[in-house]
Design a protein around this ligand. Structure first.
Ligand SMILES: [Fe+2]
Length: 530
């Protein structure tokens, strides 16, 4: 009977690329295949040297460059050919969406859209409604539920890569696909497969190797490597918190675990690994109980929804709370639907100012503004968590654009005891994340003006002024070494987010508040007031 080692990565992939949410929902996946992945692959094949040079430059971190130590152009070419063959449906979908956009733009503004349906590209017919907003701007809304049931959602392109990690260094995941390597086993397992749960459970529950080898269909040539992922050594037991207080543990980036003797809540899960030397102290999945009552997801960015963390945790999760998404706009795919399709049951959508009430605990969705390049995206929420009348406000990357918004929120939820706010205030430009979903060329000026920025000192202080917390924690800075592969952030003491968050912490301290920028790990116990 064997356990899965603590540092085995169960890495979900879609057609060989690191799986993130925009590769699951069919329309965003289509656009990312043609306008991100294929462009990067072609560019790499043209000049692997350029990519090798670019990734040496820290300023290029997070750029469209593949990060391999040697020339992998033959493998990248094979991946591209495979993509052209096996993702043809998505490629055609992206062309059809672009054609539809052109069709809509050529239509006389304000004139009925009824006659246009028969001109919609054939493969998109029956999947879109054509709509005007009240300014006569024409657009389309996707019937996402139907797209997931069509040829445009193909779970056979999903797989998992199994490998052992011995450090936190990984290439930027949105730009570098996972190619075949000696130490990696690729398994053609769709994300909704229960096999992932069985494997992930083995980090805590021993199982016979024979069983798991058969279940996962491990090939003979991979057996030796596969067996090296397991150990007879049982992990230390997790000690559930049984005291009367509220225990808060910071796991890095925006990931926080709250536990009382009655309830457990995990926010924006991004969990690191154990089992190798690390200079930064950190909690890991061994510091999570066997069941988690609620996972709260704040927004649809790749550093806040990590399938690499969520799929192995799936068997432990009783409920996942996600922000309610918009009405079929391409840039705002439905999170609940996406999670359902990849095998998560018990997904709850929460709306702005809507509350989930449990014994002793109320979770409320609070408006999240900004950090989405001014795109009409509703899949974002802050969370107010009230446990025993002690309240915590998690604002993630929300940027205060209009202080009066939070004045209005304050009228309803009142003061809070603790605020966690993200201050990544020098965010990437619009096209970095949303470029593949944009139909028009974006000028450099516009691109740079519409960033994915969180709060700076002044907007952060609006929150402090408004909610009168006694403790303020800056988090979600993507600074921990195990986050770099997904956040592509590496700060120095001169970086604007560090300078701005230092100012905010100093200002709070000068007012007598407890304030700190979190890094690595932190544990705090709070007393209930009720
Ligand atoms: Fe974000």
């Amino acid at each position: 009977m064997m356990f899965l080692k603590t540092n085995v990565v169960i890495e979900p992939l879609v057609s060989g690329w690191y799986a993130w949410s925009h590769l699951i929902s069919p329309a965003t996946a289509a656009m990312n295949v043609t306008k991100r992945q294929m462009e990067i692959m072609n560019s790499y094949i043209d000049s692997p040297e350029n990519h090798q040079e670019a990734v040496k430059d820290p300023a290029m971190l997070g750029g469209p460059f593949m990060d391999y130590p040697c020339d992998r152009s033959a493998d990248v070419r094979a991946l591209l050919e495979n993509s052209i063959e096996n993702q043809n449906d998505l490629i055609q979908l992206s062309f059809a969406i672009k054609k539809l956009d052109k069709l809509l733009k050529s239509h006389p503004r304000g004139l009925s859209l009824e006659g246009l349906y028969e001109k919609v590209p054939e493969i998109l017919r029956g999947y879109v409604e054509l709509v005007y907003d009240s300014n006569n701007n024409v657009s389309f809304r996707l019937f996402e539920e139907l797209l997931y049931e069509s040829e445009f959602y193909n779970s056979s392109s999903q797989s998992i890569a199994l490998w052992i990690t011995n450090n936190d260094s990984r290439p930027f995941s949105l730009s570098t696909p996972k190619l075949k390597e000696e130490n990696v086993i690729h398994l053609p397992i769709a994300f909704n497969s229960k096999k992932i749960d069985v494997l992930a459970k083995m980090k805590r529950e021993a199982r016979s190797m024979n069983d798991v080898e058969q279940l996962l269909g491990i090939e003979k040539k991979d057996l030796e490597l596969f067996r090296s992922f397991f150990t007879e050594k049982a992990p230390e037991r997790y000690e559930k918190y049984t005291g009367d207080k509220i225990r808060m543990r910071y796991f890095g980036h925006a990931c926080i675990f709250i536990e009382t003797k009655d309830i457990s809540i995990l926010i924006d899960p991004l969990i690191s690994y154990y089992g190798y030397p690390s200079e930064v102290h950190h909690f890991s999945d061994y510091d999570l109980p066997d069941t988690i009552d609620y996972v709260l997801i704040t927004h649809n960015h790749q550093d806040h929804i990590l399938f690499e963390t969520l799929l192995p945790l799936r068997h432990k999760l009783k409920n996942i709370v996600v922000p309610r998404s918009g009405g079929g706009a391409i840039q705002d795919p439905k999170l609940k639907l996406m999670f359902n399709k990849i095998g998560f049951e018990n997904v709850i959508e929460i709306d702005e100012m809507e509350s989930l009430k449990m014994k002793d605990c109320i979770i409320t969705g609070v408006p999240f503004t900004g950090e989405h390049s001014d795109l009409d995206i509703k899949a974002k929420t802050c969370y107010h968590v009230d446990i025993g009348n002690f309240s915590l406000l998690f604002t993630a990357d929300s940027r205060v654009l209009e202080p009066k918004l939070y004045q209005n929120v304050h009228k309803i939820i009142g003061d809070v005891d603790v605020i966690f706010l993200g201050m990544e205030c020098d965010g990437a430009p619009l096209t970095w994340l949303y470029g593949p979903l944009m139909f028009e060329n974006i000028s450099r000026e516009n691109d740079q003006s519409r960033t994915l920025s969180g709060c700076d000192r002044d907007s952060g202080m609006h929150l402090v002024d408004m909610f009168n917390p006694s403790e303020v924690y800056v988090y979600a800075m993507g600074q921990e070494p195990w986050c770099e592969f997904i956040s592509s952030l590496k700060y120095t003491s001169e970086s604007i987010p560090i300078v701005e968050s230092n100012k905010l912490v100093e200002e709070c301290n000068s007012r007598g508040l407890i304030a700190e920028r979190l890094f690595g790990e932190k544990e705090i116990l709070y007393s209930k007031k009720g």
